[in-house]
Design a protein around this ligand. Structure first.
Ligand code: G3P
Length: 218
């Protein structure tokens, strides 16, 4: 399972990349706004800056909601760097745009996915990645992980090549469960990735090893 970081914060992207396990980055308009990146020139430059840190796929989201606008925007984003993946919302014109980009060899990430029917449509259109939002489903009392498992089953039975990118990850259990039920990728805040490192018995065990070493070498 690939690990993407879900942020537009360059320091966090560097920190995750330095771990050596980072495969890519996802952003969205809210994450860009959170970093104070405003205006087209600054936004495009920020994507290039991210691509210069990580050697992996970087999702850059279109703002247009009509087909023609998505095509113009997506082509501009894709031209920025070979690693850019054009992120397109799961709406009618979005499906048409994904189909267009697929025919042009431009990779896509279909975002804002909350149901299996949407997942089937995105796969039919040839999306490279599909982003079901696990945490936001949990927020409204649906089990986000059930959706990942259902889509993994459908894609496997049907032989669809679209990769399931579990998004809206909120905690380390979301990452572990995603791996268990067959997500191809997770995109997560740095905090949840680092939380995977933690186990109290590791800390206790290491403390004891170091104390014993110190005693026998005193
Ligand atoms: O990748 C999508 C993600 O950014 C949404 O996360 O926490 O805003 O639901 P969240």
């Amino acid at each position: 399972m690939k690990f993407f970081i879900d942020t537009a914060n360059l320091a966090q992207i560097k920190e995750a990349n330095d771990l050596g396990i980072l495969d890519g980055v996802t952003t969205n308009p809210s994450l860009m706004a959170k970093e104070g990146i405003k205006g087209e020139t600054a936004i495009l430059q920020h994507y290039v800056d991210i691509c210069n840190i990580v050697d992996g796929d970087v999702s850059a989201e279109v703002i247009s909601t009509d087909y023609a606008g998505m095509i113009i925007e997506g082509e501009k984003l894709a031209a920025l760097h070979n690693n850019i993946v054009v992120k397109i919302p799961m709406i009618k014109d979005g499906i048409k745009a994904i189909k267009y980009f697929t025919s042009k060899g431009i990779r896509t990430n279909c975002t804002l996915v909350f149901g299996a029917g949407q997942a089937i449509l995105a796969a039919k259109a040839g999306a490279t990645y599909l982003s079901p939002f696990v945490g936001r489903l949990d927020d409204i009392s649906y089990d986000g992980m059930d959706l990942i498992a259902q889509i993994a089953h459908i894609y496997s039975v049907q032989g669809y090549e679209t990769q399931i990118l579990a998004a809206s990850i909120r905690n380390p259990m979301h990452i572990i469960k995603s791996a268990e039920v067959g997500a191809h990728v997770i995109t997560s805040p740095l905090e949840s990735i680092l939380a995977l490192l933690k186990h109290p018995l590791t800390d206790i065990g290491l403390e004891k090893f170091l104390a014993d070493h110190k005693k026998s070498n005193a």
